[in-house]
Design a protein around this ligand. Structure first.
Ligand code: X8Z
Ligand code: ZN
Length: 607
């Protein structure tokens, strides 16, 4: 523990004491029952203190993520400790307003304050700093992750991902997979401690554990949330099983039954992605024969000479076509679009709002590929959301729920159709309607394949936080869940010496993951609603809302609301839907489902 950290904790205590003092009505004794005015003053002061600490945290985190060194890691941990310590102290202090009558708006802010952190710090200040050090340490370790395939051939994540995406040699794929997963082994003990400390923080706030706290953030009882998620998965599972069976049969044809068991689990290194979470990279291996190929966007981007910045410009133009203002000049000056050659950075794509005003940025290591073109739209969705709710009070600055935040840019990217590409001059001639199946399959390989991955990842963390998955079973439980939900197997034998979850960014960086499952459902609901607003009556998969002022106006209203109201209300206003609903996704892929069922006749389905 450095003296600087201790000094900082001391400062923070002074700061937070002053929040509480300021929240009391002047002249009133602290023992009097708190009034609505006291509660409002407390929240107003809390919001202004947190807004200042959040900027500091964001700036240090930006530097630590784009310039990984020992010092930036320490500095960001300190800033996070200051912010999260303030949230915790305020949330604990807020309990004295539990019985105070107050407006619904203020009550919502109190609820959000209690839920504001993904890793709530324990009350002990030394443990609180230990928690943030563990967190920034694991994130930095992930960012530095390297696999040396030979003493003079060390690869980082982008290169390793490229091998997974392009090689069809099972031995090379397994070696790259294993090489990357080695980076997580040293995280195992730190993660175990991190879980204990997060749980202590969550319990101090009245939650059973940190996972229960995550699940409490959805404007419904945690049990109802899990029931909702299970309901959605049951709606979607048949579609996934058809896709899984089709892909497995094609991989059996390619690699042989000795490598891919025809009615069993698919080895995880053969799916084009380090985590087997999105499969479009193996499109060429599974492309339907006898059906004309759809648009190969990667080839198109390269043929047209679009560089990384050009791809981001194209993404921005989409949002501008919906009526949004273009991004500030500083976005172009301060974003990281490509991997710097001279230092370690966290390449995992992210979007940033540095100051709650207009210092918006993205951080990516962009490759000129279709997949990164979609990710750019995804990240910009975060930025336009952040900008739209900047006018809300601090505690309402967030997605209606975290799945909304993840869904916006993906929903926009669903409008990147051949007709849209033609309209912006990237594509000369539209492919024939006969290639629709191929195009839908390509999208399904990402969107449908992702669903059980999203559930398995947080299924694992919920179990870990709840203690039903103990450290001696961390890796085995990870693979049990991947078997059960995804039907995907470990490429090589694993043991409790390994820590495969830590090789996934969101585990190392402690980013909750259910949000992406939710987003994969919501994005189709948004797409359907915007297409209707734009007057589209054809099949959903052919709709692009590019240039639709009506779709843009509805979107802008949803974004501006931030998290000021329960997400169910915001969803209803935006889509007319009262709940998360997988029917839009099913409708989008309906022609593909019919086709898959036909292809799978006589082929084993399930595992
Ligand atoms: O992490 C992301 C975004 C940043 S919020 C790039 N995604 C998840 C992942 O990569 O695992 C988007 C899809 C799922
Ligand atoms: Zn995102």
């Amino acid at each position: 523990m450095s003296p600087a950290v201790l000094r900082l904790s001391g400062c923070l205590a002074v700061l937070v004491t002053s929040v509480s003092a300021a929240a009391q009505t002047p002249g009133a004794a602290a023992t009097h029952p708190a009034t609505a005015a006291d509660a409002e003053a407390f929240i107003a002061r809390a919001e202004s203190v947190l807004a200042v600490l959040a900027v500091k945290q964001e700036r240090t985190d930006w530097v630590a993520s784009t310039y990984i060194t020992y010092d930036t890691e320490v500095l960001t941990a300190e800033a996070q400790a200051a912010y999260s310590g303030a949230v915790r102290d305020l949330a604990l202090e807020a309990r004295r307003f539990a019985a105070t009558p107050m407006s619904a708006v203020t009550r919502r802010k109190f609820a959000l304050l209690r839920l504001a952190l993904a890793a709530p710090p324990p009350s002990d200040p030394l443990e609180a700093v230990e928690l943030t050090r563990l967190k920034s340490g694991m994130k930095a370790e992930y960012g530095r992750g390297t696999w040396c395939r030979a003493p003079d051939a060390c690869l980082q994540i982008t290169d390793i991902e490229r091998i997974l995406a392009s090689s069809h040699d099972p031995a090379e794929l397994a070696a790259a997979w294993q090489g990357w997963h080695r980076i997580a082994v040293p995280m195992r003990d730190r993660y175990t401690r991190f879980v204990a400390l997060s749980n202590a923080g969550a319990r101090a706030l009245g939650f059973a554990d940190a996972g229960a706290m995550w699940r409490a953030g959805y404007d419904m009882p945690a049990d109802s949330l899990t029931a909702e998620v299970n309901r959605l998965w049951e709606q979607l599972r048949p579609l996934y099983e058809q896709l899984h069976a089709y892909v497995r049969a094609r991989l059996v044809a390619r690699y042989g039954a000795a490598v891919v068991p025809p009615d069993g689990l698919i080895p995880g290194h053969l799916l084009g992605n380090l985590w087997a979470q999105e499969w479009s990279n193996i499109y060429d291996l599974v492309a339907p024969s006898g059906v004309p190929a759809g648009v190969d966007l990667t080839a198109l981007l390269r043929a047209r000479g679009l560089d990384e910045r050009g791809m981001v410009r194209a993404g921005e133009r989409f949002y501008v076509s919906l009526g949004f203002d273009s991004l500030p000049v500083t976005f172009w000056e301060r974003s990281q679009f490509t991997k710097p050659r001279d230092r370690d950075v966290v390449c995992h794509a992210s979007a940033w709002d540095l100051d709650g005003a207009d210092d918006l940025r993205i951080k990516m290591c962009i490759q000129v590929t279709a997949s990164d073109f979609v990710t750019i739209h995804h990240e910009l969705g975060h930025n336009f959301y952040q900008r739209a709710y900047a006018g809300q009070p601090f505690l309402f600055q967030g997605g209606a729920n975290d799945g909304f935040h993840e869904a916006i840019g993906d929903a926009v990217a669903l409008s990147v159709t051949p007709r849209y590409l033609q309209r912006i001059g990237l594509l000369d001639t539209l492919p024939s309607a006969a290639s629709d199946t191929a195009a839908l399959l390509r999208i399904a390989l990402d969107k449908i394949a992702f669903l059980p991955f999203g559930l398995a990842l947080d299924g694992w963390r919920w179990g870990v936080f709840a203690g039903t998955i103990t450290p001696d079973r961390y890796n085995a439980a990870w693979w049990d869940l991947k078997h059960r939900y995804q039907g995907v197997a470990e490429p090589v034998a694993r043991s409790e010496q390994d820590f495969d979850p830590g090789a996934k960014y969101h585990v190392a960086a402690n980013v909750p993951y259910l949000r992406y499952f939710i987003a994969h459902v919501l994005q189709f609901q948004f797409h359907r609603a915007w297409c209707r607003a734009a007057g589209w009556t054809g099949p959903l998969y052919q709709c692009s809302v590019f240039g639709s002022a009506a779709a843009g106006a509805g979107l802008a209203r949803m974004l501006q609301a931030g998290q000021s109201r329960p997400w169910q209300e915001i969803l209803f206003a935006a889509t007319g839907d009262r709940q998360m609903d997988a029917t839009a996704l099913v409708e989008y892929f309906q022609p593909l489902l019919v086709w898959l069922e036909r292809q799978n006749r006589g082929v084993p389905v399930g595992w």
